[in-house]
Ligand binder design. Structure first.
Ligand SMILES: C=CC1=C(C)c2cc3[nH]c(cc4nc(cc5[nH]c(cc1n2)c(C)c5CCC(=O)O)C(CCC(=O)O)=C4C)c(C)c3C=C
Ligand SMILES: [Fe+2]
Ligand SMILES: [Fe+2]
Length: 369
């Protein structure tokens, strides 16, 4: 292990602060080879699949990647937009809107960047760029409201791994979760109410969260409890009785038991039980993506209708809704307490000048060494 060469510390610099909005990641293109590259990186993360490495290496490389890459590529092709993968497009727009919202709240000196845990732009490249730009304070804001070791925990790993080689570290803050944050629940509530105002109310509201292996719950992962709390808080805001909503888990992967009840069989059962209209919301996803647009809005709709259900509504993710951008700004603000984010133009000028002085000093030192 060797540390990076860095410019010498320049005393008295008014440095910058940054928020990094981090999402899961997505392939670069809806093609077999791009999906394979993405799945290989994602599914090689020991936080995601907790199977002894040698055994998993064989399963992943000999079975999963050869078969799943092509199948998933077809699914990605069905949701791909002209601008690219919906997950990345929404995360980028959220970052831009968050920058605007923070500026409006007076946090002029704050950079907002987006990064992907897998694929691009990668966390290491984004964190390195922030350092090069003189950011000495970094807050990591995962796109996941509910904490899970498989997602949020893995972002912590990637951030720490990156900084292992850095000598002069920034001040670091992590948003661990916001499953019960007032601003998040409020944004969900408004999104559901707006949908019901436009389209009327369903017989049942189904809240579908991404699943994880049941084993992770038994080993202490709080994800399941946080999903249930989100659901309970949202149902209370919507004044729903326990009979009017159901919580399910989707996207099961492999043969092991995952969190139950599963989304698709529940929808089929609801249809068989005579539920005519169901509305589905996916509160654990803050951006629409493959799992919501294909697995829910296409596949799950088909499952419900094929089992006799009549009307299926998918309520979109929070994406760039003004309520959610305000929510993100509130959450970010709470993690910037104590940061000198309200820079005057003179202070910003000083940042630039100090950075130039630092570079010049580094060059002089380099030349005389
Ligand atoms: C193999 C195990 C998986 C675990 C554990 C897991 C947890 C998990 N994932 C999300 C959010 C997303 N997952 C997405 C896609 C996706 N997830 C898995 C597997 C696991 N996820 C796979 C193999 C895939 C790829 C698609 C496929 O081949 O089926 C996505 C969408 C990405 C996109 O490009 O649109 C998201 C978002 C959470 C929140 C989570 C645990 C809480
Ligand atoms: Fe997933
Ligand atoms: Fe899926």
């Amino acid at each position: 292990m060797s540390f990076q060469k860095e410019p010498p510390y320049t005393h008295g610099t008014v440095s910058r602060s940054a928020i990094v909005l981090v999402n899961l990641g997505t392939p670069d293109a809806p093609t077999r080879s791009a999906v394979r590259r993405y799945l290989k990186e994602f599914l090689s993360d020991p936080r995601v699949v907790e199977i002894p490495r040698a055994v998993w290496w064989c399963i992943l490389n000999l079975i999963i990647l050869p078969f799943r890459s092509g199948q998933s590529a077809k699914k990605y092709a069905s949701i791909w937009s002209r601008e690219g993968s919906p997950l990345k497009v929404h995360t980028q727009r959220q970052a831009e809107a968050l920058f605007g919202a923070l500026a409006e709240r007076g946090h002029d000196g704050v950079t907002v960047a987006m990064a992907m845990r897998y694929g691009s732009p990668s966390l290491p490249e984004v964190l390195a760029k922030l350092k090069a730009d003189g950011c000495e304070r970094v807050a990591i804001l995962p796109a996941y409201p509910q904490y899970s070791g498989t997602t949020t925990g893995s972002i912590y790993d990637a951030v720490f791994d990156h900084y292992r080689a850095v000598r002069n570290l920034p001040e670091l803050r992590f948003v661990r979760n916001y499953h019960d944050h007032e601003a998040y629940i409020r944004a969900l509530e408004h999104s559901v109410l707006a949908h019901w105002e436009a389209h009327g109310r369903p017989d049942q509201l189904l809240l579908s969260f991404h699943g994880v292996p049941k084993r992770t719950l038994l080993l202490g992962d709080p994800y399941h409890c946080e999903c249930l709390k989100t659901a309970r808080l949202l149902a209370a805001r919507l004044k729903l009785t326990p009979q009017q909503y159901v919580v399910t888990f989707q996207s099961r992967f492999g043969k092991a038991e995952w969190l139950q009840p599963y989304t698709a069989p529940t929808l089929q059962q609801l249809a068989r039980d005579g539920v005519k209209r169901v509305d589905v919301i996916c509160p654990g996803f803050t951006s629409d993506c493959l799992e919501t647009l294909e697995e829910i809005a296409m596949e799950a709709r088909h499952d419900f209708e094929a089992a006799g259900g009549e009307v299926f509504h998918y309520i979109p993710c929070l994406n760039e809704s003004p309520d959610w951008i305000a929510g993100l700004a509130e959450i970010a603000e709470q993690h910037m307490i104590g940061w000198p984010t309200m820079m005057t133009p003179a202070q910003r000028e000083a940042v630039k000048k100090d950075a130039e002085l630092g570079r010049e000093a580094a060059l002089r030192l380099g030349a005389s060494a």
